[in-house]
Design a protein around this ligand. Structure first.
Ligand code: HEM
Length: 830
């Protein structure tokens, strides 16, 4: 008997399966034959479109690989039809015109509820409510979600960003984002001051994630669909122990919300003043019997669930895109840095002023479509959508993913291109990340402020890179949270470190060899006093792009700082030729000109007091040594362990460097051209360890590093006795061309300049030359200013005049151009 029942049961199951497998096929064919290319059909036994998603996820590592290509393959596609779980068909609306009809029709469709146990915590919330109750709730909540009102949240958001425990290295950004988004929504709901529930959002989210994992058990899924066991009425013996634990925790969390509501109601009844937050609104509505306490609790869970997953996955996708497209990351950084130097300075209003950032956000929404299709809608009656009839009870989704890859709307849609957003959208219903119409996302402004604040924080403070491997793009929550998805590598942003004067650390991050990085690296090296390294870095940059002005400009600045004013002038002139309108270069050139005029600078490089300013972060003091003529030949420095000597000379062949270390002696020589030799023979201040001491030839310098024998001794000088100090044996190279024949006493001139600057410190300010220039410029009338600019620009920095009557008729570009210094000629760059 039992066997007979069992076999009947078996036949019934087989018949059901056969129905589910076979029944959809003729229906699908009917639509295809009737509508031709306006319709595409997809069949996968029983599970329909879910089957395609699983296959794409496994074989393409992108759950929406096929969906992205539907419109690419068929540009007439309006409706995509697949088999559903009940042997019927499911519609995915692709054509924006069809979607628009549904966005604005509240009467003909209802949202299909999808969460197990939703009746215990969220089916009375906004997301799943329908009809009148939805309307009341929406009206009640809307006032808390306007953009203007939410701007006050930005300060809280900034604090929350700073609390994120981001450290350099690989991080699980998604988990951190979920913490941040759940805290934000909890604060928006209960008020930012309420510390009793500050952890509630994180707790609820953890519990919800456990619940989502139930979906991975096919038996539970089948049971949910077959017996509609997503209701509290489910007999407890049918629940797994995990499900029971989930419900227990949920109950405890509901209890906490309930006490907050009780508390709020009590305070209102006692006429206490309350913060204007969602909780207060709910309490008032409960007192007025417009809603129940259970409904208010459901609204909290709804906002939390709708807001955490969406926002955190969207921002995680942003981070992924930033890692994948470093050049985009760099462009965004520049845009943000042009308006905000430090994250603390960020003002709420600025968040709507980042054009590139907006473009990036839109493109990431489009390309990674975090909400690939809206919640399924079920037709409440037979309804006509364009040429298609949807029958009562049939289900549909408003497919975002397919529209986002429509080449007639987004040219070359598979390409990630933030600049496409410079032109307006052709159809407003082809791109609706927050849906459209009266049921659009109520939290979109909160999400936008949250995402932008976070992006500004991340981009300003960190450089984001991808860990090895490829991200798996899947359905948010269900697939991604269980995949060990691509981690993001954070490294402190070098620009941020530079702003905070952490040059050593910044240098370690500036490793790539592109032009921008090299130029930035030279700046850091300059700050560290590594002038030769900075020059070689800039030379590398110039080799990469000799038509760009920045590297020449930086060379000019460094040469100026180390007192090579003539060379600085040449570099700046080159820079100005390449970028004639660059104001800073023009000013710097004027400074050079003034400096040269001021000191009647002739042949050799003047050593300004700036050279002796030791950068804060350099590990050792440097002392400059001059040849008899005052020309800087080498400097020496010491740390506890070492004594170093830097000789500023580019030696093409390192084998030409001859040196010998002895206990307390250094001998060194190398050729300096035209048959001349540079020779050092030093009786050192104290003993060194000759075996471990070294000499090395760099691009622009020669460096000697000697190990001190007595590590505790601070050397008072480089050589043993001052009177014994060695005369540098050198035949001076030909002097730099100059009109001046007078020999200079450089130490005297230095002293004079220093005294003069000290005397006029108040007038000149911290940067005397700049102030001097500014004084002349600012105090000058319009003609003086015009004269200064015309003479400097026209002559490429070789003439500075304040006399407009003299300058206005001059043609410095050709006939009135002064002769170049002897031995040099003007060359056009390019
Ligand atoms: C980037 C982040 C977000 C995205 C992409 C997003 C997207 C969406 C979309 C597409 C819908 C329409 C769903 C449908 O009709 O089937 C929606 C609805 C909704 N969203 Fe968001 N959302 C985001 C953030 C948030 C946040 C932060 C909150 C809450 C604070 C929130 C609360 C809601 C609610 C309550 C609804 C239902 C509105 C209604 O039916 O009246 N969302 N969201």
């Amino acid at each position: 008997m039992n066997l007979i029942i069992l076999s009947y049961l078996g036949y019934a199951i087989l018949a059901l399966i056969a129905y589910l497998v076979i029944a959809p096929i003729p229906k699908l064919l009917y639509y295809k034959i009737k509508f031709g290319s306006a319709v595409d059909i997809y069949y996968f036994p029983i599970i329909g479109l879910i089957g395609q998603i699983i296959i794409d996820l496994i074989f393409r590592k992108d759950a929406f690989y096929s969906q992205k290509r539907y419109v690419l393959k068929n540009n007439k596609l309006k409706l995509h039809i697949s088999n559903d779980l009940k042997g019927g068909v499911h519609f995915s609306l692709v054509d924006p015109k069809l979607k628009k009809l549904v966005f604005f029709d509240q009467e003909s469709f209802k949202k299909m509820e999808g969460m197990p146990f939703a009746d215990t915590f969220m089916d009375q919330g906004l997301l799943f409510q329908n009809g009148k109750s939805w309307h009341t709730s929406r009206q009640m909540l809307t006032k808390h979600f306007t953009y203007q009102d939410l701007l006050v949240m930005v300060e809280t958001l900034k604090q929350e960003c700073k609390k994120l425990q981001l450290q350099d290295g690989p991080i699980d950004i998604l988990t951190l984002l979920k913490q941040l988004t759940s805290t934000t929504i909890t604060k928006a709901f209960f008020g930012s001051e309420n510390n009793d529930v500050s952890d509630l959002g994180v707790e609820v989210n953890k519990n919800m994630e456990k619940m989502m994992l139930f979906f991975l058990n096919p038996l539970i899924v089948l049971r949910c669909f077959a017996l509609k066991l997503n209701k509290t009425t489910t007999p407890s013996f049918l629940l797994s122990s995990g499900e029971k634990a989930f419900l227990r925790e949920l109950q405890a969390q509901k209890q906490r919300i309930s006490s907050q509501i009780d508390n709020g109601i009590k305070k209102i009844k006692e006429n206490q003043t309350l913060q204007d937050n969602i909780l207060t609104t709910m309490c008032k509505e409960i007192i007025n019997n417009n809603i129940t306490k259970e409904e208010a609790i459901h609204q909290y869970f709804t906002l939390l669930i709708a807001g955490i997953d969406s926002t955190s996955h969207v921002v995680k996708n942003f981070c992924y895109a930033l890692g994948l497209y470093p050049e985009v990351q760099e462009r965004l950084r520049k845009e943000i840095q042009s308006q905000v130097q430090q994250f603390d300075d960020l003002r709420p209003q600025q968040l709507s002023q980042f054009k590139l950032l907006d473009n990036f956000i839109n493109e990431s929404y489009r390309h990674y479509t975090a909400v690939p299709s809206l919640f399924n809608r079920v037709a409440l009656k037979d309804i006509q959508l364009g040429e298609f009839t949807i029958q009562k009870g049939q289900s549909m989704d408003l497919n975002m993913m397919m529209s986002h890859f429509d080449p007639s709307i987004f040219e070359n849609p598979l390409k990630f291109d933030i600049d496409r957003w410079n032109s307006p959208l052709l159809d407003p219903y082809s791109f609706n990340p927050f849906s459209a119409g009266p049921r659009n996302c109520i939290g979109q402004h909160l999400a936008t402020l949250e995402m932008k604040t976070l992006l500004v924080y991340l981009i300003l403070n960190y450089k984001l890179e991808l860990n090895s491997g490829k991200i798996i793009l899947g359905l948010a929550n269900i697939f991604l949270s269980i995949e060990k998805y691509q981690q993001i590598i954070m490294s402190s942003n070098p620009y941020f470190l530079i702003l905070h004067h952490q040059y050593e650390q910044a240098l370690q991050l500036l490793v790539s060899d592109d032009y921008e990085t090299l130029v930035t690296k030279s700046l850091v090296q300059q700050h560290l006093g590594q002038y030769d390294d900075a020059f070689s870095t800039l030379d590398k940059a110039i080799q990469l792009s000799s038509d760009r002005s920045e590297a020449y400009y930086r060379k000019g600045l460094i040469n100026f700082v180390i007192g090579k004013i003539q060379q600085a002038k040449l570099d700046l002139q080159k820079s100005l030729e390449l970028n004639p309108n660059h104001k800073e270069t023009q000013q710097q050139l004027l400074k050079c000109e003034l400096e040269l005029k001021n000191t009647n600078q002739p042949a050799q490089e003047k050593v300004t007091q700036q050279l002796k300013q030791i950068p804060k972060n350099s590990e050792a003091d440097r002392t400059d040594c001059y040849s008899a003529s005052g020309k800087l030949m080498y400097r020496w420095y010491q740390t506890d362990l070492k004594v170093g000597i830097e000789i500023h000379h580019a030696l093409p062949n390192s084998a030409d460097l001859k040196y010998q270390f002895e206990k307390q002696k250094l001998q060194l020589s190398f050729p300096i051209g035209q048959g001349n030799n540079f020779e050092l023979d030093l009786e050192l201040f104290d003993e060194i360890i000759p075996e471990t001491s070294k000499a090395k030839v760099g691009l622009n310098s020669i460096e000697i590093i000697m190990d001190k024998k007595d590590k505790t001794l601070n050397w008072g000088a480089l050589q043993k006795k001052v009177e014994q100090q060695q005369q540098i044996h050198i035949v001076e190279q030909a002097a730099y061309p100059s009109s001046s024949k007078k020999k200079k006493d450089w130490s005297k001139i230095d002293k004079e300049i220093e005294e003069d600057i000290n005397k006029h410190k108040e007038e000149y300010g911290e940067d005397p030359l700049n102030s001097l220039f500014q004084q002349i410029y600012q105090n000058g009338d319009d003609n003086t200013k015009k004269a200064m600019i015309k003479s400097m620009q026209g002559s490429r920095g070789t003439v500075l005049s304040t006399n407009w009557d003299e300058v206005k008729t001059k043609d410095y570009e050709s006939k009135d151009r002064p002769s170049p210094p002897k031995g040099q000629e003007y060359k056009t760059l390019g």
